[in-house]
Write a protein that binds this ligand. Structure first.
Ligand SMILES: *[C@@H]1O[C@H](CO)[C@@H](O)[C@H](O)[C@H]1NC(C)=O
Ligand SMILES: *[C@@H]1O[C@H](CO)[C@@H](O)[C@H](O)[C@H]1NC(C)=O
Ligand SMILES: *[C@@H]1O[C@H](CO)[C@@H](O)[C@H](O)[C@H]1NC(C)=O
Ligand SMILES: *[C@@H]1O[C@H](CO)[C@@H](O)[C@H](O)[C@H]1NC(C)=O
Ligand SMILES: *[C@@H]1O[C@H](CO)[C@@H](O)[C@H](O)[C@H]1NC(C)=O
Ligand SMILES: *[C@@H]1O[C@H](CO)[C@@H](O)[C@H](O)[C@H]1NC(C)=O
Ligand SMILES: *[C@@H]1O[C@H](CO)[C@@H](O)[C@H](O)[C@H]1NC(C)=O
Ligand SMILES: *[C@@H]1O[C@H](CO)[C@@H](O)[C@H](O)[C@H]1NC(C)=O
Ligand SMILES: *[C@@H]1O[C@H](CO)[C@@H](O)[C@H](O)[C@H]1NC(C)=O
Ligand SMILES: *[C@@H]1O[C@H](CO)[C@@H](O)[C@H](O)[C@H]1NC(C)=O
Length: 636
């Protein structure tokens, strides 16, 4: 069937509210290029539009693509009601205006990694361009190897095609509306969307492109609604870094809830979590963004379980203060590579906390990372080690937020720029255009074994797309691209085909979980009343001790004061005069101000003080000017 879409222009544009602070980006005309711009024809009577398999989507620049969805999904774009949530990704997936039942409906998701948070192996071309900028150029670390150093190098690049706006060009082109349509057409129904804190703002000295990616977050919400996809939004980077990985923005040390700026960085992080929750808890977004991950992969070995738990309790209470109990997004925490079992009975009685685990042969917790094992070995890992069955009972809703086809660490920059893979035969593994059918089948079986054992409540592949290398002109990390596998035969075109893989491989003992949650675990009776023992154990905040502070009492560490102006997040505007984009703030009673520096205080570097430096700083409960004994870098 060919359904010809009448796509009305001027449906959705993004403007910045006049009150927003002057930041790097003006209203982003590029962000709207795939939706629409003003057109005389927009004055005609609006018509609701919808279409299924074979319908043509016409973009505002006049180009079009055909919507392929063999699963009975349909898109909806309703000019009279831009919050119309009747789209459905597939016939077997609840429409957005229907409820999601976590014990029954299977999340088949994919990440949009490398889009709004850059990572070298996902978007190598952006980093390849600056590999010849050397330490003499004054880059921290001497090399472009994360988004911080890339941003420094781009800002310094005044040549044609240089500049920090290259990053917005990437936002505009790497993921477009067509990707959302293709994700639904691939039988997937959820998207995990990593975003950086600099979508909201940057502070002086932080080189990232500020505020711009928020416009693309709004587009993602818009496109997800149109194609009936749900979003697990996820704060992937926080000030100071929660893990020191390159995808936290800055490769290096952990300075979130650890180190001299640990408390201050956590204060800023808490604010960013609050602003995002205020936005997505507006009733217009609740169906599109049912999950919010508050912190990606915090390094528990450095920060400490006790410290993280205290922070999570603070965040839980802050969020539920905004949303109320049983309402607003599920709150997602990561297992910090400790395995799901170690999180059993976490804050019993909390209101809808989800545990996110990232099974990967590159991550801790996998029985072996002996990459010389044959391809046929890996499904045993997929079926057994990656099953989240037990955690559904012991914790509650437990999802796999990142998994992939990787059976080894091959692939350009998969371990980071400058790190070499440890596996043998990477030249063969990276040469995916030449993979034999046998190799493709083996990789596909590994993928399907994981999909099967994680089927309920579900999984998110990492990641939808890997960009081409500018050096070779092709994808150099093939295991990590869902789309590449789909197009080339090692990802199933219908992910439901994965069901039964493990039993067909004779692992019948690890059928996917098929139970029910306790009522409080999905927001029913009992939710929101955390067990008194847990409250007693974890409510003191700041934590009584912190790592990497040479024994300084955390109450003496630098803090910010909550007296600043809350930054404004841009909201959508619509052609229809009767529809508003909301003010971005769900809870009018939340009038807390923003954490800012205390006047007169000197703060150490938020990403870790230089080795041996001493600084006079303000301590939390002390008068401005109190000297910390000595600030020497002991961070891990
Ligand atoms: C949403 O759009 C669909 C498809 O055009 C239409 O049938 C439905 O009436 C609309 N629903 C609402 C609540 O506006
Ligand atoms: C889609 O684009 C193609 C190529 O430009 C064009 O031939 C076709 O007419 C367009 N289809 C619609 C429905 O606009
Ligand atoms: C969802 O939207 C469709 C189309 O507007 C409507 O028919 C249906 O009743 C809605 N479902 C719910 C649960 O509101
Ligand atoms: C970087 O330097 C190497 C060695 O001098 C050279 O071969 C390569 O072409 C340079 N790359 C770019 C992108 O300039
Ligand atoms: C800045 O640009 C100059 C010349 O354009 C170059 O020599 C230098 O390496 C660059 N520095 C950084 C940090 O990119
Ligand atoms: C990676 O391999 C290259 C080429 O063999 C070598 O020059 C480099 O030192 C290696 N890097 C590391 C971190 O081992
Ligand atoms: C496949 O391998 C052959 C032989 O190694 C090589 O010449 C060719 O370029 C490869 N094909 C592709 C598409 O990479
Ligand atoms: C990536 O390279 C492939 C060839 O390997 C090409 O078909 C494709 O269009 C390229 N993708 C982009 C976004 O340039
Ligand atoms: C899941 O865990 C429960 C509780 O331990 C157990 O009874 C059940 O057999 C397990 N199911 C599967 C399919 O592994
Ligand atoms: C779950 O699966 C087990 C093993 O197949 C089966 O015995 C049990 O009845 C199932 N439970 C539900 C609630 O479907």
């Amino acid at each position: 069937m060919l359904f010809l879409a009448l796509f009305l222009p001027l449906y959705f544009t993004i403007i910045r509210k006049p009150s927003s602070s002057a930041a790097s980006s003006s209203p982003s005309s590029t962000a709207t290029s795939t939706t629409s711009t003003a057109s005389p024809t927009s004055t005609g009577a609006p018509v609701a539009t919808t279409g299924g398999d074979g319908s043509v989507i016409i973009l505002s620049d006049g180009t079009n693509f055909t919507y392929h969805n063999p699963f009975g999904g349909y898109w909806v774009q309703d000019p009279t009601n831009p919050y119309n949530s009747s789209a459905r990704a597939q016939s077997f997936t609840p429409a957005l205006n229907e409820s999601w039942v976590y014990s029954k409906d299977q999340i088949r998701g994919v990440n949009l990694g490398g889009w709004l948070v850059l990572q070298p192996y996902i978007v190598p071309a952006l980093f390849e361009k600056y590999q010849n900028v050397t330490s003499s150029a004054g880059l921290p670390g001497g090399q472009v190897n994360d988004e911080w150093t890339l941003s420094v190098a781009m800002r310094n690049d005044t040549s044609d095609g240089g500049g920090i706006q290259q990053i917005e060009e990437h936002y505009r082109t790497f993921i477009t509306e067509q990707d959302f349509a293709e994700i639904a057409g691939a039988g997937l129904n959820w998207i995990r969307l990593p975003i950086p804190y600099w979508a909201i703002e940057t502070w002086p000295g932080e080189p990232f492109l500020a505020k711009t990616s928020w416009n693309y977050v709004l587009l993602a919400f818009h496109w997800a609604r149109k194609y009936g996809l749900r979003i697990f939004l996820e704060l992937h980077t926080v000030p100071g870094s929660q893990n020191g990985f390159d995808d936290s923005g800055r490769l290096g040390t952990v300075n979130f809830l650890s180190g001299y700026m640990g408390i201050a960085n956590a204060q800023r992080t808490m604010d960013y979590i609050r602003y995002i929750v205020e936005f997505i808890s507006q009733e217009e977004y609740e169906d599109v963004v049912p999950m919010f991950g508050i912190l990606d992969e915090p390094l528990l070995e450095v920060i400490g379980r006790d410290q993280l738990t205290r922070f999570y309790l603070q965040v839980h209470d802050m969020i539920r203060g905004i949303t109320g109990i049983g309402k607003g997004p599920y709150i997602v925490i990561h297992d910090s590579f400790q395995g799901t079992a170690s999180w059993a009975d976490f804050l019993p009685g909390s209101d809808r906390i989800v545990l996110d685990t990232h099974p990967s042969v590159l991550h801790a917790g996998v029985p072996t990372s002996d990459f010389s094992l044959p391809l046929s070995y890996w499904p045993t890992v997929g079926c057994i080690a990656y099953s989240n069955n037990q955690s559904q009972y012991d914790f509650g809703v437990t999802v796999s937020g990142e998994f992939s086809a990787a059976v080894n660490d091959c692939g350009k920059w998969v371990l980071g720029i400058g790190q070499n893979s440890t596996s043998a035969d990477c030249d063969v593994w990276d040469d995916w255009p030449n993979w034999t059918q046998q190799r493709k089948d083996g990789v596909e079986t590994f993928v399907m074994s994981q999909m099967d054992s994680m089927a309920l409540p579900g999984y998110f592949y990492w990641t939808w797309k890997i960009g081409n290398s500018s050096v070779t002109g092709k994808v150099e990390a093939p295991f990590w691209s869902y789309k590449l596998g789909l197009d080339n035969g090692w990802i199933p075109s219908d992910p439901r085909e994965a069901l039964g893989t493990c039993s067909s491989l004779e692992f019948p003992q690890d059928l996917p979980w098929n139970g029910t949650y306790q009522v409080w675990q999905t927001g029913g009776a009992g939710a929101g009343t955390i067990a008194a023992t847990a409250v007693a154990a974890f409510s003191q905040y700041p934590p009584p001790s912190l790592s990497n502070v040479n024994g300084v009492n955390p109450t003496q560490l630098p803090v910010y004061t909550a007296t600043g102006v809350v930054p404004t997040l841009s909201t959508p505007t619509f052609a229809s005069a009767t529809v508003t984009g909301g003010d971005g703030w769900a809870d009018a009673a939340d009038t807390s101000r923003a954490a800012v520096q205390i006047a007169g205080c000197v703060y150490p570097n938020a990403w870790g003080p230089a080795v041996g430096s001493t600084a006079v700083v303000c301590g939390g409960s002390t008068a401005p000017g109190t000297a910390l004994s000595s600030i020497s870098a002991t961070s891990t």
